[in-house]
Design a protein around this ligand. Structure first.
Ligand SMILES: [Zn+2]
Length: 324
């Protein structure tokens, strides 16, 4: 019986692959690389094949698990499209990989796969039901319900980023106002801080100093660092993000009553004060009878890769059962 699992993570700007033995807890081989300038589906595939063959070193995988950064029809094994890379429209990725590597494969979108990774190998272990949220350039999410990924009717479940928490709020990329993502994603935190710096010349001294007066250089990370040093404008910009996330999470808790909510992504590294507002707002939004266990993700950028390995393990087990 083949015992190696191949895990692949197609990100927008970075790709990663890893090989792990069935039942093992540490990678046998692991590599992460940046995508090329002006990538397309074909260049993404070439990079991934290169990684996979290098890490497999002549061995054949028992199964392949894949995280894809974009909408996926997991049941069909098809990528619907990529928001960042052209040429991914309706690519039957599972079929392509199965033909290439002669092993069964499974794919799902990165938020679902990362949720699966945290559930199986990270901060979600032991939870009966959990919501995973990643807050970085966007806000994505995935549900694990009764030990299974919950994809929803269109494979779109977990889109907490585009739940509305302030109907009169600023206009979001998706066309609605006051979405969680519009308030809490990194680029929108930076934009809010920039706008306030422009409109309120007497405020934000520390933040201005950190970017040497160049407002275009304001990022969420710099805003968070300035807030940590006591800059009140920076903190106000972060507060809106923590509040928006907290309301979104509280609403999600009211609907599904999960036993755990796990948050990862760069924006969640904004310090204890950020987490305090987020937790307090979520608690205030959820009904008091609901247990609210909101914790930090454990696997960082590797959550999709760990989830992909767990997906591979699942289909390897199914395959083994079939031949028993
Ligand atoms: Zn939106």
């Amino acid at each position: 019986m083949q015992s190696l699992l191949l895990a692949l993570d197609f990100g927008g700007t970075k790709h990663a692959a890893a090989v792990i033995g069935r039942g093992e807890r540490t990678w046998r081989a692991y590599k992460r690389v940046s995508s090329i300038a002006h990538p397309n589906a074909e260049s993404d595939m070439q990079i991934m094949y290169g990684l996979a063959y290098e890490l497999l070193a002549g061995e054949q995988p028992a199964a392949i698990g894949v995280s894809f950064g974009g909408p996926v029809d997991a049941a069909a094994g098809t990528v619907i499209l990529s928001h960042h890379v052209t040429g991914w429209e309706n690519i039957p990725l599972v079929q392509v990989l199965e033909q290439e590597f002669h092993a069964p494969a499974a794919v799902d979108n990165d938020a679902n796969v990362a949720a699966w990774g945290e559930y199986r190998s990270g901060a979600g272990q032991g939870a009966d039901s959990m919501l995973y949220i990643t807050v970085s350039t966007g806000v994505g999410g995935g549900w694990i319900l009764k030990g299974k990924i919950w994809q929803g009717a269109d494979g779109m479940a977990g889109e907490i980023g585009h739940t509305v928490v302030d109907p009169n709020g600023p206009l979001c990329l998706c066309g609605k106002r006051g979405c969680v993502e519009r308030l809490a994603s990194g680029p929108y935190i930076a934009r809010r801080a920039q706008e306030w710096l422009e409109a309120q010349p007497e405020r934000g001294k520390i933040l201005r100093g950190m970017v040497q007066g160049n407002l275009d250089a304001v990022t969420a990370q710099v805003t968070s660092a300035a807030a940590a040093q006591g800059d009140e404008l920076a903190w106000d910009a972060l507060y809106v993000a923590a509040w928006g996330l907290g309301v979104g999470i509280g609403n999600a808790i009211n609907l599904i009553n999960p036993s755990r909510v796990i948050l990862g992504g760069g924006v969640t590294k904004s310090g204890e004060r950020f987490w305090q507002v987020l937790r307090e707002t979520a608690r205030a939004t959820a009904l008091p009878q609901m247990r609210v266990d909101i914790v930090a993700a454990a696997l960082g950028d590797d959550a999709p890769l760990w989830g992909a390995a767990a997906l591979a393990e699942q289909i390897a087990d199914l395959e083994a059962d079939k031949h028993r």
